[in-house]
Structure formats: structure tokens, C-alpha cells
Design a binder for this molecule. Sequence first.
Ligand SMILES: C[S@@+](CC[C@H](N)C(=O)[O-])C[C@H]1O[C@@H](n2cnc3c(N)ncnc32)[C@H](O)[C@@H]1O
Length: 265
Amino acid sequence: MPPEPDISGLNTSRRYNQWLGGKDNYSAERESTATIISVLPNMMAAAREGRAVVMRIVHHLVADHGIRQILDVGAGRPLSPNVHEVAQQANPKTRIVYVDNDPLVGVQHRGTTVGNPQGVTEFVDGDLLNTAHLLADEHLLEVIDFSRPVAVLLGSVLHLIDDDERAYEAVRTVVAALSPGSYLVIVHGTFDTLPGTTQLKVRDLIGSGRHGTYHARTRAEISHFFTGLDLLPPGIVSSVEWHPTPETTTTVPDAMCWTAVARIP
Ligand SMILES: C[S@@+](CC[C@H](N)C(=O)[O-])C[C@H]1O[C@@H](n2cnc3c(N)ncnc32)[C@H](O)[C@@H]1O
């Protein structure tokens, strides 16, 4: 039996889904969102920009860099367009594994996510912090062949890990498993660009412990995830500045996220 959703408390994955326009949220998420946007009025728009840049990157890697395998860790709830839709539109044979540590995300993906039959679209329950176990998962390995290039997406997930060393170690372990020509994609929340007074208010909110973990990192801290890798142009930039397309309507001047793509040499 799939787990029943517990709606008594805040679920940050549901709240994020609300920010993206999803309907699967309850009073705990709505109240938290109202408090957050009273301090950060752009938060929902910024989340949408963080999601949109992942889709631009996926299209770019499949269409222009020949990527045919994608591992999306911290995938979040299904919400169209999803990674497999963008990837398989660019090349229908693309193989995708979604991973999340929220079991209800898995239930939703298994119930609704249908990929292109020429490719593969799977969901695996797993934890980025249990990295070796995740990378050895038999269902994951039925889809992803690490001896060939893989794009690993870490979209808006690393800032949910507040232990720096564990976050760096997890990324190092993932990178070590990748073959040359693979890619590491990171979209990561930051407060670098917020005025000092807003930063203080945000830190108070987070410090209250009522809104879940949000461990924003500085650009320098985020660059550490890419040590030894070759950053693709334009390097580490705001989500809204990562190859905006003519169709990209930037809704926020500051997306509060650093974004970068690196190639494994
Ligand atoms: C903010 S959502 C991001 C969704 C999607 N990647 C995107 O960019 O739109 C973060 C997701 O990461 C999941 N998550 C948090 N910590 C994780 C971990 N240690 N391992 C795997 N998933 C995790 C959460 O359950 C949530 O669904």
C-alpha cells in the first residue's frame, strides 16, 4: 500500500510544488508560503525561474551535447513540463531516472509519469546523502549506464542539506561515478544578492525552524561543488542569466539561485 499523505505538518516538497503552480498543498504549506512571501515577495517567481533553467539546461544537454541519460536527484513532484518531456522531445530515446527521498513523490511519479516508449523513464526512491547506496541501486542501474555520459541534475536540492561536508561529499561521490563527457548540473539557492536587511529577516525565518531547511550558500561555496570540473559558459550565474532564450520571460530580476553546468573531463 502506498503511504498516506500526512497533511498535519509542513511538507517542503509540497510547498515547492505550490510555488510552481501545483495544486497538491494544504494549510501548513499555504501558511508557510504566506509568511515567506511577506519577506521575499519574489519567492514563488524565483522558484519558477529555478525550475525553468533546469528545463533549458536539459534541452541544451540533450539537443546540443548528445546526452542520452539523465539522473535527476531531488526530482520533486511531477509537474509538466517535466524533465523527461523536455529531454525526450529533444531525443525520444533519452533514458531518465528520477530520484527523491520523499516516498510520496515516488507514489505520484509512478502514478502519473509516462515517458516516450522509445526511451526509458523510471523513478527510484533514494537519498542523495546515502550516495553509494543510491548509485548501486539495481533499478537505477537497469536504466543508467555509468560507463557512458550521464547528466546528473541537482536542481534546488543541495540547499535542503544543511551539513556542508555531507553535501560536498555526496557531490564528490556522484562525480567520481561519472565517466568523462558527463555533466553535473546545480541550481542552488543563495542570499548573496539580497539586501542586508532582507537577509537578516530571512535568517530569522529559517532560524525559527518552522519553514524547513533552507541552507542558502554563497557563490564561492557553490563553486566548491565544481572543483576539478570544466564549467560550461556562462559559468556560475543567476538562473535567469543562464542562456535565456527569446521565449524566456524573466519574471524576476533576481532569482536567488546560482546555476551552473560542468563537464566531467
Ligand atoms: C525543491 S524540490 C526540487 C525539484 C526539482 N529538482 C526542481 O528543480 O524543480 C527538492 C526535492 O528534493 C527532495 N530531496 C530533499 N533532500 C533530498 C535528498 N537528500 N535526497 C533526495 N531527494 C531529496 C525533496 O523531497 C524535494 O522533492
